[in-house]
Design a protein around this ligand. Sequence first.
Ligand code: ADP
Length: 326
Amino acid sequence: MGAIKCIGILTSGGDAPGMNAAIRAVTRAAIYNGLLVKGIYRGYKGLVTDEITEFKSQNVSNIIQLGGTILKTARCKEFTTPEGRQAAYENMKKEGIDALIIIGGDGSLTGARIFAQEFDVPCIGLPGTIDNDLYGTDTTIGYDTALNTILEAVDKIRDTATSHERLFFVEVMGRDAGFLALNGAIASGAEAAIIPEISTEVDQLEELIKNGFRKSKNSSIVIVAESELTGGAMHYAERVKNEYPEYDVRVTILGHVQRGGSPTAHDRILASRLGAAAIDALMEGQRNVMIGIENDEVVYVPFTKAIKNEKPINKELLNIVRELSI
Ligand code: ADP
């Protein structure tokens, strides 16, 4: 570890609320431990094009409450090529950066794993994604905030759905993972969740709608995870409209509103703990691990494990949605 004097920090891929809290935590924990910190702009792009500045403690003042990322984020094609990564490595050396902290999702950690292997650069990852789809951590930075944004929206949709006695299909993000849809459905009291992990047929929906909507309910809300596997909210709405023209069906696609906003207390605390733990991990000589949280304990998850394994969804939760929507 003696060799590490300066770290570089970047946010990459899809943005998530709480990334700023993580930048703050990493920066301050590093300075506290006598390290120099360099902020790298626009994810791997800034490493390839040398958009790098020194970060002092003041650079991260007053950002814990801000959504988005002050370092900006980007998707960087060059970094997926050996030439691009070579340029990134040369800039790293030029800037005197000895180790990297990467805040991002699956793709960003995949890039980190490849880069670390090619150039023997110590890399530590923080799980930053609203989708919660990284293996080895109970939750990811941004997930709780996005979930709360979904609730706020669905509560409002419920008001209008009830007034008009309508059936709403609400599409949420998730990138082939149903965590936002399933837990969003439980927390908002939705009648059903359609997630990529489990196929749902229209006749199953019909049964559910018949049980609730026709007998006792005057509105129904179905949360659908955006995914090629589900086909999205529009797909289900069209099918239900065609097969059951008696229903007054509407679709709301929540979209990018789910990425924004001030992070919740949960995400700020998570980002602060994981950020500080990233520096502890480096000081302990850890390399090429993602910092996760399991049963309220910080854990180190090798990149290969975090990336390759699919995070299982608790399918029992679908039964809860079903049971509680009668
Ligand atoms: P996320 O981190 O949110 O999953 P992406 O999948 O878009 O987002 O990945 C972010 C960036 O990580 C990409 O733009 C690219 O620069 C880098 N990256 C992703 N996959 C690879 C790969 N296989 N090799 C090198 N870099 C990669």
